[in-house]
Design a protein around this ligand. Structure first.
Ligand code: SF4
Length: 131
């Protein structure tokens, strides 16, 4: 299965709670466009650990690495891949991935995974599940 859209595992959570905030207006526009494409077209995505298509428009991306949370976001990706029971690079339709998140991540998991994120106060996904 080919896929052009790469989504890092922890962004499967962010996408569900995103309210338009971000690190720059370019980032917010890019995130919004990606989210609209995912929900509108339900494309096949490649679920990965590490930098993805959303990161590619982020001002925190320096020399191919996220400078915002050092290694923490990579650990979040790996934790989520493990909980979902899939390996790095797995492809599936976006909405299948949402179903997998829904059926495999508990509120406790989400609370632990998202605890250090600076955006949790404006994230509907976090607020609906982990408060
Ligand atoms: S802060 Fe880091 S993980 Fe988040 S979008 Fe930017 S580069 Fe990606």
């Amino acid at each position: 299965m080919g896929s052009n859209i790469r989504i890092r595992a922890h962004h499967l959570l962010c996408i569900q709670g995103y309210q338009g905030y971000g690190y720059s207006s370019g980032f917010a526009d890019g995130f919004g466009m990606t989210r609209d494409t995912l929900y509108g077209n339900d494309p096949i995505i490649r679920i990965i650990e590490g930098v993805d298509d959303i990161c590619s428009v982020c001002p925190n991306l320096h020399e191919g690495q996220c400078s915002e949370y050092s290694g923490k976001v990579l650990l979040m990706d790996r934790t989520i891949l493990g909980l979902l029971g899939i390996s790095n690079g797995t492809t599936m339709r976006f909405k299948e991935a949402l179903d997998l998140v829904r059926s495999h991540l508990t509120e406790k998991d989400i609370k632990e995974i998202c605890n250090g994120c600076r955006w949790k106060g404006v994230c509907l996904f976090y607020q609906d599940r982990a408060l």
